[in-house]
Design a protein around this ligand. Structure first.
Ligand code: HEM
Length: 126
């Protein structure tokens, strides 16, 4: 845990986001708890993406990297996660206004699989 905290602080933040997402889904019937948790997870993830781009230039570094299957899978998962955040926020806002969207639940499954896939592959990339 100490090694994770000192050497991989962003991975620890990513684990924290996944914990927030799991609690948020478990609290899906309580919008007053569910919405702030999901919005917080999104804002933390967005801050992490901006940090990685501004401080480490991850997108520009792609052409100079060895393109392993793992890295391609990780990039694809990360892109899908960002798109699905948009879907969840849009359908979630409609839910909150009383206009129930079946896609919120369906996309939630895909979102959670891809977000956890992103976490796992981030640990596997060296
Ligand atoms: C970002 C990831 C999110 C995931 C994985 C997620 C997941 C879920 C799931 C599985 C449900 C239950 C749906 C059902 O049983 O039909 C739900 C309900 C709901 N979600 Fe989300 N959600 C997310 C984000 C949001 C956001 C950003 C908002 C609002 C801005 C939101 C608002 C709602 C509302 C209002 C409900 C209905 C609660 C009720 O039963 O009264 N969600 N969400």
């Amino acid at each position: 845990m100490t090694t994770l905290l000192t050497q991989h602080p962003l991975k620890l933040v990513s684990v924290l986001v996944c914990v927030i997402l799991v609690i948020g889904v478990l609290k899906r019937r309580k919008p007053r708890v569910h919405i702030p948790l999901m919005v917080s997870a999104f804002l933390i993830d967005l801050t992490m993406v901006i940090y990685l781009e501004v401080r480490r230039g991850v997108v520009e570094s792609i052409p100079g990297r060895e393109m392993t299957t793992l890295l391609i899978v990780h990039i694809c998962l990360s892109t899908v996660v960002l798109i699905l955040y948009g879907v969840q926020i849009a359908t979630g806002l409609k839910n909150a206004r009383g206009n129930r969207r079946p896609w919120h639940r369906k996309a939630a499954v895909a979102f959670l699989i891809t977000r956890f896939g992103n976490l796992i592959t981030s640990f596997l990339i060296t």
